[in-house]
Structure formats: structure tokens, C-alpha cells
Write a protein that binds this ligand. Sequence first.
Ligand code: PEP
Ligand code: MN
Length: 354
Amino acid sequence: MSSIRLKKSDKPFVITGPCSAETEEQMMLTAKQLHEHVNFNLLRAGIWKPRTRPDSFAGVGEMGLSWLVEAGKSIGKPTATEVANSKHVEAVLKAGVDVMWIGARTTANPFAVQEIADALKGVDVPVLIKNPINPDLDLWIGAFERLDNAGVKQLGAIHRGFSVYKPIHYRNIPSWEIPIRLTEKIPGVFLINDPSHIAGKSDFVKEVAQKAMDLNFDGLMIEAHCKPDDAWSDKDQQLTPAQLAQLFLALILRSADVSVLNQDSIHLIREKIAELDDQMFEIVSSRMRLCEDLGVYKREHNLTILQPEHWRNTLAKRIEKKEGYQLSEDFIQKLMDAIHQESIQHQMNVMNRE
Ligand code: PEP
Ligand code: MN
């Protein structure tokens, strides 16, 4: 039975180590420095790297597994690596790596996930599932189901953000609503954040990690390397073990448990919020009734539901007032889009009624 437990606690569960195992010395030195500087739970290293371009470093392959395991042993830490097919699973089990994770490109491929699940039948090893590179919650959940069906008992999720075509501030867009949704669909899921692959730059890792902590994630997977500038993969986003120690010092950990506090004032605020939510939904509901009246009018006069100019003006009027509302333009746009979609649906129902 595996000795690792993916369990919620008041301290974040920390996975760290280099993006890739490069040499035996690099693994040993990184492990030693990490041990000196930070408290952590699992030593990571990528052995097979699914690279976007064929000329990138694709990992050292099977020989790196023993470097990872030995580096872990030298500091008394269990280890973790990425698997992308059944051969990887077999090699990892044989080498005695303690935890596996399924990479983002692999989660996006149900055949590969099924192959991994089949290879894990009857094995008690914890598996962490990274989100697929595309923002598809069902695909992420599907991977959980495949592993669960294979009898894998300890499962967890790693949120590493989603690929984008156009360059953004970060390497990957976090879309925090997706991991939050995951916790609604799989209550109690053990959820880790990977700020390194979201940020893409070492300078941004801390702010992403802080956000994850503020959203009550269970832990962090952060890439660290003894010499990030010389790293063979993901050099821009890796931290030195000393920088990682700084990050943890600066990280503010807050509690999600209000039961220990005097709750009068938080109750009062929450009651007021619930009251406003009631009112807000009553108003939205009345608005939709008016939209149905509009639908009747448009049907009788043979008008299209969408009149683009009118909609543009309606939206612009709200955005103009963003300062007064103290709301971001992005939020106003999203809220109005959601209301508009629902309004169109209500008008459609009326329009096409027999
Ligand atoms: C990694 O953790 O090094 C990695 C390749 O991550 P991802 O699957 O998130 O790209
Ligand atoms: Mn990496």
C-alpha cells in the first residue's frame, strides 16, 4: 500500500523539483538545496517531456527515474513524475516512484488516459490529474472517472491553466472558475495549483500561488532548479530553492474555517448579501418577463430578435457608468452578455410558440 496520503490539512501540500531530470548531479544538487531551504512533501521531476516542438528537449527517459528516486532517498522525500502511456506507468512502478501525474496534453486524450487507467488496475498509487490544455471541464472529470473505474483510490487534481493562441500576460490562462467548478462537481477533491506553468515567468509565480491559496487550494506544485538559467526545459519559470524559500515566507495563508471565530459580523454581512441576491434574482426574473413581452411584440410585427445597434447602445450605456458602479468593464460585459443570452432564449420561446 502506498504510504503517501493526499489529504487536506491546514498546511499546503507542496510538490517541488525541476521541470525535468537532466543529469544525476542536477537532481542530487536540486534535492539537497530544496531540503536545506524549504519544507515540502514530494520531489518532482519530468522524465518524459511532451514538448510542443520536436527539436525541444524531450526528457532523458527511463534512466532518469533512478536519479529521481535516489535524489528523493538522499533527503528522505517521496517522489513524483509525469506519465503519458502504459509503458511509462510500468517503468515508474518498477523504479519505485511514489506518485504519478498525468500531464495536461495527456488528459486531453481519452485513449491515453484509458491506457494509463488500464495499466494502473490493482495498483495502489496516488495519481494527480492535470487539467487538459483546453478549458473543458468534462474532459478533466472524464479522466477522473476513467481512473476511478480502474480502482485507483487516491486521486487529485492539478490546475495548470489553459493554452491560449494569442500571447497573454501569463503563459497559460488560469480560468479559475474551472477548478472551482471541479470542486463543485467532485466535492472534496484534492486540488493542487501549478503556478509555474500558469505564470511561465519566475517573477509571476508568487502572485499566482497566493491567489490559489486565497481560493483554498490544497497545495502547490512549483518548479525549482539548482540553476534555472541553465535548465534544459522551462528555464524562464523555474525558481532556485532559495527563491522558493522567499516565496513561502511571503505567502499569506488564510483559513477557510470560520467556526473558530466570533461569527456575528460575518453572518450579518452574509445575510445582507443573501438579501441582495434575492432582490437581484427577482429583478432579473422581472426583466425576463418584460423580454417575453418584447418577444410577443417582435413576433406580431415580424421583427428579428436581435437588433445589433440597439444592443450595442444598451451595453455601451452600462459600460459608460463603470466608474460609478465600481465594476470592471470586463465584468459588465460578461454580466450583460449572460443576461442577453437568457433574454434571447426567453424571446425565442415566445417567438416560436405555436
Ligand atoms: C510539467 O509539469 O513539467 C508539465 C509538462 O506540465 P503540463 O502538463 O502542465 O504542461
Ligand atoms: Mn515544466
